[in-house]
Design a binder for this molecule. Structure first.
Ligand SMILES: Nc1ncnc2c1ncn2[C@@H]1O[C@H](COP(=O)(O)OP(=O)(O)OP(=O)(O)O)[C@@H](O)[C@H]1O
Ligand SMILES: [Mg+2]
Length: 458
């Protein structure tokens, strides 16, 4: 049937000619009159040709058109349509073909949109992704993967993972995922230029509908930030333990010596008790500082804001520290305008000035000079604490706000320092969204300036 419709019109005409010729041959035996014979054959030829033309126009041509339309649809041209304005079976066929083309077109558009959405999500995800088939060929790598490992997708796609990826842990993850056919998790470090990054890789097997392994998808997470935080936390705990250990060992040691009989020696007892007292004071200071820091870091921490006259607060702090300054014969000059008023948390602001003045006192030799200046502008107030002290070496300045950092541990310990004072100052300034700067000249002096906004707009 299919072959029949494919034949050109000329073939059918030739067929009719053969039929007419055969009829002629038969009739020639019966009819003598050549005119009658000719008329009969001509009539037969005309009738058959008309019939053929009718068949051709009505069925063969539309079916040919329908076949061409379907061929176009198969090729992916979903806009191809076949119009046949009639109510017969061919008309019905044309309506069905057009509706099929519309549905497939709609479906293809939907599919395309979904796959575009999926690839956008995969490409923009914050984790690296690789797709490896059961033979080990890489089929897909996303943008984050390229960002971590460099190159372009072409360098990976179509290559065997063990040929193109150098990292042994990635190889192991793929192998284990294939071997155990379940999720496998590993961690490794990778150098991106000179930066060391910490990565976690999870391999997940992919199965087909028959449950057979088809490949694996590898997801790579950048856990550098988390690792750094973990290291910082470990460092902090180690530092705290270390800082606590020294005074506790000393307290225990001297108490033991006293218990062992030194108590009878009045002089020695007094000296040892003095040491125990000083060390316990250090412990108290350290714990107080740690508590201040932990309160500042609490998630629900809130500033108690009020309008504060800077000159007044500085005067209060100067009163508190007067005894300490007098002991070292340090002179303090304060230069702050009455108009320097800021919205801040009074207790925290006081803490900032106490810590800065305490440092100026501790690290300035006898007979030195300390200045506290206030600079008042339209929207900001700058407080500057300057001294003529021992100063800080330039190379130490970048680390000065780190917790437990002390330029000279021994000297700082003499003053009872824990190395948390400036860390607390920086933290308080930051929660007020202010700014802190430090400049120093060795053996000449140090200046710390803190800038607060007058209004804290949330
Ligand atoms: N004005 C200053 N002059 C010289 N060195 C300073 C000055 N201020 C801070 N430093 C140096 O910076 C270090 C860190 O200061 P910070 O106030 O954080 O700790 P600390 O004074 O040792 O201890 P804490 O203040 O917790 O009792 C100090 O140990 C000191 O070496
Ligand atoms: Mg200090």
């Amino acid at each position: 049937m299919k072959a029949l419709f494919k034949k050109p019109l000329a073939t059918y005409l030739f067929g009719i000619f053969i039929v007419v010729f055969a009829t002629g041959l038969v009739l020639y035996q019966i009819v003598d009159n050549i005119v009658i014979l000719g008329s009969v054959l001509l009539t037969q030829f005309i009738i058959l040709t008309l019939f053929l033309m009718h068949l051709y126009e009505r069925y063969i041509r539309p079916i040919k058109k329908a076949t061409r339309t379907i061929e176009e649809i198969v090729k992916g041209n979903y806009r191809a349509r076949f119009h046949h304005p009639s109510n017969d079976s061919i008309g019905l066929l044309s309506a069905k073909i057009n509706s099929l083309a519309r549905n497939i077109g709609e479906f293809a558009r939907h599919e395309k949109m979904q796959s575009e959405q999926l690839s956008t999500v995969i490409d923009n995800t914050q984790s690296g992704l690789i797709l490896v088939d059961a033979k080990g060929y890489i089929h897909f790598v996303n943008r984050k993967f390229i960002h971590i490992f460099g190159g372009v997708p072409k360098d990976y796609k179509g290559h065997l993972y063990y040929d193109i990826l150098e990292n042994e842990i990635i190889h192991e993850t793929v192998q284990k995922t294939f071997l155990y056919e379940k999720n496998v998790k590993e961690a490794f470090t990778h150098f991106k230029g000179i930066d060391k990054i910490y990565l976690e890789i999870v391999g997940a097997p992919i199965f087909n509908e028959k449950g057979m392994l088809k490949g694996a998808v590898l997801v790579i997470y950048d856990i550098t930030e988390m690792k750094k935080l973990e290291l910082m936390r470990k460092d902090f705990v180690a530092n705290v333990s270390h800082e606590l250990k020294t005074p506790i060992t000393s307290i225990k040691g001297f108490a033991e010596t006293l218990l062992d009989g030194t108590m009878d020696d009045k002089e020695a007892s007094k000296e040892f008790l003095g040491i125990i007292y000083n060390e316990s004071e250090r412990l108290q200071l350290l714990i107080e500082d740690l508590l201040i820091l932990s309160r500042l870091e609490k998630e629900d921490f809130q500033l108690v804001l009020s309008e504060i006259n800077l000159k007044q607060v500085v005067a209060e702090v100067a009163m508190l520290m007067k005894h300490k300054m007098d002991k070292k014969k340090l002179s303090l000059s304060v230069n702050i305008s009455d108009e320097a008023i800021i919205k801040a948390d009074k207790e925290r602001l006081k803490q900032v000035i106490i810590n800065l003045l305490d440092n100026a006192i501790n690290y300035t030799p006898v007979n030195g000079q300390i200045w506290i200046n206030g600079e008042n502008t339209n929207d900001k107030v700058m407080i500057e604490v300057r001294d003529t002290g021992i100063g800080i070496a330039q190379e130490a300045l970048p680390r000065i706000f780190e917790r437990f950092y002390r330029v000279d541990k021994a000297r700082s310990r003499d003053t009872g320092g824990t190395g948390l004072g400036l860390a607390i100052v920086k933290h308080i300034v930051e929660v007020h969204r202010g700014d802190i700067q430090i400049s120093s000249d060795l053996n000449k002096g140090t200046t710390v300036s803190v800038t607060f906004k007058k209004e804290l707009i949330d």
